[in-house]
Design a protein around this ligand. Structure first.
Ligand SMILES: Cc1cc2nc3c(=O)[nH]c(=O)nc-3n(C[C@H](O)[C@H](O)[C@H](O)COP(=O)(O)OP(=O)(O)OC[C@H]3O[C@@H](n4cnc5c(N)ncnc54)[C@H](O)[C@@H]3O)c2cc1C
Length: 298
């Protein structure tokens, strides 16, 4: 996927003014860090085929309704069937059942005070409109994924903004406009179940936990999961924080200062984040982490 060619800076009180341009910055791995851009469906397909080629059983259409663990095993109840293993890695996303059932945390999203309008659509109409044409030199389509938002409300919220922003909203098919309230969840104090045989994992954690399990094996499963959490926890928290700092930078912009140094508004994706090789890092630190954990627990 090619990034957009412009980031439009459109303060309410001013007319259109281009302060900076993103693509040069985005194009440079030196500035932006390593990245793998692609259509999600295609990436899923590649991973899926790879897993099948390794002989991994994948059962689609499952609904996990419960988690359980004891001293020597853990498992799930899925579509009414009880499935047991050495550990459970619960990659069940933002509305995680494992978070509530296995870890016992209540799911209480907090309002951030922010909401966004999002839309996916053909960009042909934007390309024909002189005020937006330059924004869409690459065009993609994706399915809408949530309840439509209200176009009139969106235009009202955007009163006084750059005409190009209005043109984008007007060119958005109403059924493609999503009114998405942004919520927070506090960082969990732990990702592990009481007996350390069930772990929450996110989409960035797979390589780390695979290395940990490979190096220690299933006999030490609870220790392995603790090591996984120790390796990932602070890093994931720091990555989450970058979302907040970017949001603040863009929503609380001092435009007078920005004019002096437009570069500061650019999307900052630190190389510490994007150039991280989780697999190599896990191999490097695993032994030291295990030794520290063993020392802590006698
Ligand atoms: C609109 C939007 C745009 C985004 N854009 C980007 C982007 O451009 N780049 C990027 O890197 N990230 C993007 N993200 C973030 C990214 O999608 C998430 O961070 C990522 O998908 C999280 O991965 P995950 O594996 O932890 O959970 P998910 O991808 O949410 O996967 C969880 C899976 O578990 C399944 N599941 C849940 N509960 C159960 C249950 N009880 N039983 C069985 N299955 C269950 C769900 O059906 C789902 O398939 C975007 C997110 C959103 C919402």
């Amino acid at each position: 996927m090619t990034p957009p060619s412009w980031v439009l800076v459109a303060p309410r009180e001013s007319c259109r003014e281009r302060l900076t341009r993103e693509p040069k910055y985005w194009d440079s791995e030196e500035n932006f860090g390593k990245r793998f851009n692609g259509r999600r469906g295609e990436i899923h397909k590649i991973l899926y085929q790879h897993a099948l080629s390794l002989g991994i059983e994948i059962r689609p259409g499952q609904k996990v309704t419960d988690y359980f663990e004891d001293e020597s095993s853990a498992g799930v109840v899925s579509n009414g069937e009880r499935i047991t293993g050495d550990v459970v890695l619960a990659a069940d996303g933002v509305r995680s059942k494992a978070r509530t059932t296995a870890l016992g945390f209540e799911d209480k999203p907090k309002s951030s005070g922010y909401a966004v309008y999002r839309a996916w659509m053909m960009s042909d109409d934007l390309a024909k409109n002189s005020s937006t044409a330059e924004l869409v030199d690459d065009r993609n389509v994706e399915e809408s994924w949530s309840t439509p938002g209200d176009r009139a409300d969106a235009l009202d919220v955007l009163k006084g903004w750059d005409p190009a922003v209005h043109a984008i909203v007007l060119a958005t098919p109403p059924e493609k406009l999503v009114d998405w309230k942004l919520v927070y969840r506090d960082a969990l104090p732990t990702w592990l179940s009481p007996k350390h045989r069930i772990a929450l994992v996110g989409h960035g954690d797979g390589a780390t936990i695979a290395v940990c399990l490979q190096l220690s094996g299933k006999e030490q499963a609870p220790l392995v999961l603790k090591a996984y959490q120790r390796i990932r926890y602070d890093r994931v928290r720091a990555a989450q924080k970058t979302g907040e700092t970017t949001r603040d930078k863009w929503h609380k912009t001092d435009f007078a200062k920005l004019k002096e140094n437009p570069e500061t508004v650019k999307l900052k994706r630190e190389t510490w984040l994007l150039n991280h090789d989780a697999e190599t890092h896990a191999y490097t630190v695993y032994k030291e982490i295990i030794e520290a954990l063993e020392a802590e627990h006698g």
